[in-house]
Ligand binder design. Structure first.
Ligand code: SAH
Length: 252
């Protein structure tokens, strides 16, 4: 069996230097932000699973709020703090190492919790439940979450998601789960197809080419590259059946 630490290192190497760590785009981040009322300089935002923080920086640039961004991968946190400094936002936005499944903030700390492309780590239902107490009364939660966008996906596509993320729902089920967890939906929209390619799969494809060449004699690395390529190919073939849904919620 391959050494798990080595595989993890290879995984992070393959994803190094990308503009973001999942599908997304600034336009959609700002579209979701515009649905949240009364974001002022006293608004406190918690950004969970921030990665290198493409969305954190957009939120910092386009709102006067104070932001704490959390990720459990220290190199992402260091990089985000460096980038926040570079754009002059380090005085009101900071990244910290932490676990979204074990947060130690007092209840009612935040006006807005943001989680782009990362709630799948603990699951949509579990995230909504666990983070609710951290919000102030009437506070907002914005997530983007993988979802089916069309019924009856082809079998190979359904089987792929069954293996990768069996919890994937359709939009209707996401909204029902949000309601059941004690949130009102303020608005929702689907991440456009371009947001999967331009800042995520396109640079990742470039990384894959270089990664394969560097590790051309390493079977484990090539297997990892094959798996990531399979994900990209699945999207190219069947991407019309799934995307990420942005859901803007207010706690009841
Ligand atoms: N929001 C970013 C990153 C999404 S990828 C973007 O859209 O580009 C998911 C992120 O969650 C990764 O950066 C990963 O390091 C982080 N992550 C994984 N498990 C985590 C956990 N338990 N707690 C906090 N962050 C976690």
């Amino acid at each position: 069996m391959a050494d798990q630490d080595r595989i993890t290192r290879l995984f992070f190497e393959l994803f190094e230097g990308l503009p973001r760590q999942g599908p997304g785009e600034t336009f959609s981040t700002l579209r979701a932000l515009a649905l949240v009322p009364n974001v002022t300089s006293s608004t406190r935002i918690l950004d969970l699973g921030c990665g290198t923080g493409a969305q954190t920086r957009a939120l910092a640039k386009h709102s006067p709020a104070t932001i704490v961004a959390i990720d459990n991968h220290p190199p992402f946190v260091d990089e985000l703090n460096r980038l926040l400094k570079a754009i002059g936002s380090a005085n009101r936005a900071v990244a910290q190492v932490g676990n979204m499944d074990d947060l130690n903030f007092p209840s009612g700390t935040f006006d807005l919790i943001w989680c782009e492309g990362a709630i799948y780590v603990i699951g949509f239902d579990a995230g909504l439940k666990a983070w609710r107490p951290l919000l102030k009364p009437g506070g907002h939660l914005v997530v983007s979450e993988a979802c089916w966008t069309k019924p009856d996906p082809p079998e190979e596509c359904r089987a792929f998601w069954e293996q990768e993320y069996p919890g994937i729902k359709n939009v209707e089920a996401l909204l029902a789960a949000s309601d059941g967890a004690g949130y009102d939906t303020i608005g929702h929209f689907t991440l456009p197809s371009d947001a999967w390619w331009n800042e995520y799969y396109r640079p990742l494809s470039q990384n894959l080419t270089e990664f394969r060449w560097r590790h051309r004699e390493d079977g484990d690395a090539l297997e990892l590259a094959d798996n990531v390529q399979r994900e990209i190919d699945m999207w190219k073939k069947h991407g019309e059946y799934y995307s990420y849904e942005f859901v803007v919620m207010r706690v009841r």
